[in-house]
Design a binder for this molecule. Structure first.
Ligand SMILES: [Mg+2]
Length: 185
């Protein structure tokens, strides 16, 4: 059961715009780590949309922002530089290394950080293992998921089914909404 608790996000939102930022601020969060693919832009896109850049720019007045992505240098640097946001590429989430690199870059304690991403198996699992507050978002465009992500979604579904059946106490509102939204569970 111990491992399953790491799959539980603190919040779930239908997009980065819908995250309860005021609430995060009240909880002492001043730095946001964002996953890139399917969190801020779809796999089909190579640049972050103007709408999202504008939104992230507004967020910058209240939070420090870093993009933490498992994608490679070329893709991550292009999208991040265009949006003028610092980044960590090839983060290897859910391993701890990428989160630690991001914490070093932000020069802040993990108590003040929230991690925002679209995948339970990488973003959320890794953040929770690091004791970083985790926020799950609905994928920007699920059909654009790459092979590894599609595989992760299958594992995700398996894990969620098991949790719903065996460990219902670990299912909070965030996870309940996500299971329903993405997996129809
Ligand atoms: Mg992602």
């Amino acid at each position: 059961m111990a491992i399953y608790k790491h799959f539980k996000p603190s919040y779930y939102a239908s997009s980065i715009q819908e995250i309860p930022y005021e609430q995060l601020k009240k909880q002492g969060i001043h730095t946001l780590f964002f996953d890139l693919d399917n969190t801020i832009m779809s796999y089909d896109e190579t640049l972050i949309s103007n709408k999202n850049i504008q939104f992230l720019n507004e967020l910058k007045s209240a939070f420090s922002i870093i993009i933490v992505s498992n994608s490679g240098f070329k893709r991550v640097s292009k999208a991040s530089n265009h949006a003028k946001i610092p980044y960590i590429h090839s983060a290897k989430k859910p391993l701890k290394r990428g989160y630690k690199r991001a914490l070093n870059k932000a020069a802040c304690s993990k108590d003040h950080v929230a991690f925002i991403g679209d995948q339970l198996m990488t973003d959320i699992f890794g953040a929770n293992k690091m004791n970083i507050l985790s926020v799950l978002v609905k994928p920007v465009k699920q059909r654009s998921d790459h092979f590894f992500t599609r595989t992760n979604r299958k594992i995700e579904r398996f894990v969620l089914k098991k949790m719903l059946k065996k460990y219902p106490t670990l299912i909070n509102d965030a996870l309940k909404a996500y299971s329903k939204d993405i997996h129809g569970l």
